[in-house]
Design a protein around this ligand. Structure first.
Ligand SMILES: Nc1ncnc2c1ncn2[C@@H]1O[C@H](COP(=O)(O)OP(=O)(O)OP(=O)(O)O)[C@@H](O)[C@H]1O
Ligand SMILES: [Mg+2]
Length: 262
């Protein structure tokens, strides 16, 4: 199963990506978690040791040059658009608690996309992970999903849009929904996070009438307190763990066999 998680900044994408990865892994699945957010913090949230020392793929200049024929930042008109990447998950993923993690890193984008060597390598790598791997793949993404591309979009079983009780996050959900449809991605589900009252829950439901909801995660101060105390956030809230387990069941029970290629 291939799951992409998007939404406005700060809504809880990374917490959800981490807890879902953990739930799938604990249920016996092989899991590859992909941090595709330029402001990467999935490793730390998953409790990877020395998370701040991880070098993202986009900063591996020699690797990028070896595979694409050009160095990042180099003004080269020629580089391979389909570099070899199938050996990279084994070589460059980190493992912890049964979860493999790949940190993609930042690419400097210009205009509508990055036609640069590091962009080509990341695109090829994400495409490979989503199209050709048998593991559960969970992508923690920023709000912009246009760079996902059509090939990837076809293979994603579920795009989860995380929202919180705020108009801005609802607006972002509509924007993501439109982008998703533009690239042919239709299996979208909303997860509402940081819910503090019935009124907030109803606000979100009434703001997104045509969306399918996969879960409502309560706001729990315990997560913030754990963060401040430098304790693992993933273990800090049983009510959030329970709700993510429900979302996991929903994902598993609604998974279809997608038309992988063609
Ligand atoms: N249900 C919740 N209750 C309380 N705090 C929460 C909840 N979900 C997330 N948070 C807190 O909100 C903050 C943002 O969460 P998170 O980093 O998962 O969001 P994000 O969408 O990945 O953010 P970014 O866009 O910066 O990557 C964190 O401090 C997290 O601890
Ligand atoms: Mg995040």
């Amino acid at each position: 199963m291939k799951i992409a998680i998007s939404g406005k900044g700060g809504v809880g994408k990374t917490i959800l990506a981490a807890l879902l990865s953990k739930t799938f892994a604990e249920s016996g699945y092989s899991v590859i978690a992909i941090d595709a957010d330029p402001d990467a913090n999935l490793a730390a949230t998953l409790g990877f040791p020395h998370a701040d020392k991880i070098t993202p793929i986009s900063e591996m200049s020699s690797l990028i040059e070896e595979r694409t024929g050009a160095r990042p930042g180099q003004a080269s008109p020629y580089f391979k658009l389909n570099p070899k990447v199938d050996d990279l998950p084994e070589k460059y993923s980190l493992k912890h608690n049964g979860i493999s993690l790949m940190v993609m890193g930042r690419i400097k984008r210009g205009g509508t996309g990055c036609y640069c060597p590091e962009g080509a390598l990341l695109q090829a790598l994400i495409t490979h992970l989503v199209l050709f791997r048998n593991e559960v793949v969970i992508l923690d993404m920023e709000a912009g999903i246009e760079h996902l591309g059509r090939a990837i979009a076809k293979a994603v079983d579920r795009l989860i849009v995380v929202v919180e009780p705020s108009r801005r996050s609802i607006e972002t959900a509509y924007r993501i929904n439109k982008l998703a449809h533009d690239i042919g991605l239709q299996n979208i589900a909303v997860v509402a996070n940081k819910i503090r009252s019935q009124a907030e829950r109803e606000f979100i439901i009434s703001s997104l009438p045509d969306f399918e909801f996969f879960g409502f995660i309560p706001y729990d101060q315990a997560i913030i307190d754990a963060d401040l105390a430098n304790l693992p956030p993933l273990d800090s809230s049983q009510q959030i763990i329970n709700e993510v387990r429900n979302i996991y069941h929903k994902l598993v029970s609604t998974a279809q066999t997608p038309s992988r290629i063609n």
